[in-house]
Design a protein around this ligand. Structure first.
Ligand code: ZN
Length: 182
């Protein structure tokens, strides 16, 4: 397994919609293993393929390190699709491995239903709420080419501008491997 460099804000692949996976072959299995290793090395709880420079609809997550979620198993979602979002929303502070040191409150649906393929190419559908739903929605957003700055009001986005430029120029302090500036 290897730790891959993480793409950061400004890398074009992060603002593009990813492509569906046609077959879960050995290459995809290796990608998944490397994504878990990369995510854990950076102490993240979720990682999408375009965050390691791969244009595919897949993300991994493991929220076990978060208090209250110790029983949650690591998850891989391939070609996910949100099938239901509750009207009730919640605000909570989010971070992102592609936005080192940046944090912002993001409004998300409280409850969701999502279907996806597992690594055996079997269709799964689960309901998620609270923090679990939030991590799924955050990673799902990556597959749509969206990140935290796309999900906050214009005035908040404006207040993040300085930090975003620092990140884009690799001038932010980052304690895990990231891609070189494009
Ligand atoms: Zn992220």
């Amino acid at each position: 397994m290897s730790v891959l460099p993480i793409t950061v804000y400004g890398d074009k692949i992060l603002s593009k919609k990813t492509k569906p996976i046609k077959q879960v072959d050995d290459r995809i299995i290796i990608l998944i293993q490397n994504m878990f290793e990369t995510m854990r090395n950076a102490q993240g709880v979720g990682l999408a393929a375009n965050q390691v420079g791969v244009d595919k609809s897949i993300f991994v997550m493991d929220i076990k390190p978060v208090e209250g979620y110790e029983d949650f198993k690591p998850l891989v979602m391939i070609n996910p699709e949100i099938v239901l979002e509750s009207e009730e929303t919640v605000y909570f502070e989010e971070g992102c491995l592609s936005l080192p040191n940046l944090r912002a409150e993001v409004e998300r649906p409280e409850i969701i239903k999502i279907k996806y393929l597992d690594t055996d190419e079997k269709e799964q559908e689960i309901e998620a709420d609270d923090f679990f739903a939030r991590v799924i929605l955050h990673e799902y957003d990556h597959l749509l080419g969206k990140m935290i700055p796309d999900r906050v009001d214009a005035d908040i986005k404006a207040s993040l501008k300085k930090e975003l430029i620092l990140i884009k120029n690799r001038e932010a302090i980052i304690d895990y491997p990231v891609t070189k500036k494009e």
